[in-house]
Design a protein around this ligand. Structure first.
Ligand code: ADP
Ligand code: MG
Length: 347
């Protein structure tokens, strides 16, 4: 029974507001709980040089995925890789995965086999062991929860709150593709609904469709940092869009930021398809989400270490808090950034 009679709708505060509301008074009891709520993963101190990092994520049918166009094998792969991504965002390496499913009677065993084949392919590729989980029934649809355990070196972990003023803001890969891929899938679903039997027109869009359906975690980046001897000052993975993630780095590091629109890396296909949808490609990168690239900051003195790397782009720098978080447009005007990233709990 609900004891508290006052009713505040969740949609008023959204996902982050709700998490804050529920967790802000939590105090950690154990010295081994090195990092609790608030980062891409929690950190557990084992007393030695290495630490354990843990993160969990849940995907719900109808909210996070639509099985009319998402193959279950891809879904399995994605559930795994999006969890690996949170470990990479700590500058750590994913090692063990637990998968829990709540499934309705609508799903035959074969469907769940498909899901698991995708999970296991990801585990194979990323050298992760599937070590447990839970299975239960659901009254409607499919919900999948994954918990990932990773390993990191205590002194090399990267948190969201370590950025310093004048640090360079860097991003891996390119942004916005996963969102434009989603729009394409949604469009074809709409076409199919109005004309059953119509064949989806998806040809020639492999890159953005893969970005949406089969994202990869940037496990190569912690390895690269180790090879080139680079210690980022802060880091987060891009699950909800560049704007939202940059806001997290700024809030937690108590800084502002200056971002340059012209520097934001976009794939040509993302750019063209966004335009066809009458969307601003920059907006897709800022607010689209699900790219699972890494956003991180480095000391400007470390620039030489990443200079010329085609996989890393410097997109701005950190400023003092009072300057706010701003996007400098291609026409050189400054616009305050508001995180409008995807939030399943907002209206
Ligand atoms: P991410 O986007 O990296 O998955 P989230 O935005 O989901 O991170 O979560 C932010 C932080 O809040 C994380 O540290 C996460 O563990 C924590 N968190 C999220 N939901 C809950 C919850 N229901 N109870 C406790 N902690 C939560
Ligand atoms: Mg994350």
């Amino acid at each position: 029974m609900l004891e508290n009679k006052a009713r505040t709708p969740i949609s008023e505060v959204g996902e982050f507001g709700l998490i804050k509301h529920l967790t802000e008074n939590i105090k950690l009891k154990h010295a081994t709980s090195l990092k609790g709520i608030g980062d891409d993963a929690a950190v557990i101190d084992n007393g030695g040089e290495t630490v354990t990092v843990v993160s969990t994520d849940m995907l719900t049918e109808g909210v996070h995925f639509d099985l009319t166009y998402v193959p279950l094998k891809h879904l399995g792969y994605k559930v795994a890789t999006v969890n690996f991504s949170d470990i990479c965002a700590m500058n750590a390496v994913p090692k063990q995965l637990l998968i829990s499913i709540a499934v309705s009677s609508r799903f035959p065993i074969d469907a769940l086999e498909e899901l698991y084949s995708g999970i296991l392919i990801a585990c194979e590729r990323y050298n992760v062991d599937l070590v447990g989980g839970d299975t239960t029934s659901s009254v409607s649809g499919l919900t999948i929860s994954a918990t990932i355990i990773g390993e990191g070196i205590k002194d090399k972990l990267v948190y969201r709150n370590g950025a310093k003023e004048k640090d360079l803001i860097c991003v891996t890969g390119d942004l916005g593709g996963a969102y434009v891929g989603l729009l394409l899938l949604e469009r074809e679903k709409g076409v199919f609904a109005s004309a059953p039997g119509a064949q989806p027109e998806l040809e020639g869009n492999d890159y953005i469709l893969e970005r949406q359906l089969k994202p990869e975690a940037r496990i190569d980046i912690p390895m690269l940092f180790s090879e080139i001897g680079l210690q980022p000052t802060s880091m987060i993975d891009i699950s909800d869009g560049l704007a939202s993630e940059l806001m997290h780095l700024c809030t937690q590091s108590e800084l502002g930021a200056q971002l340059y629109e012209e520097k934001i890396p976009l794939d040509p296909m993302t750019y063209e398809r966004a335009r066809e949808f009458n969307l601003d490609p920059t907006t897709c990168a800022m607010n689209g989400g699900e790219d699972y690239e890494l956003l991180f900051t480095i000391n400007a003195d470390d620039f030489e270490k990443i200079k010329g790397n085609p996989d890393i782009t410097v997109i701005g720098y950190m400023t003092d808090k009072n300057s706010g978080v701003n996007l400098i447009s291609k026409s050189n005007s400054s616009h305050p950034i508001v995180a409008q990233g995807w939030d399943s709990l907002k209206k």
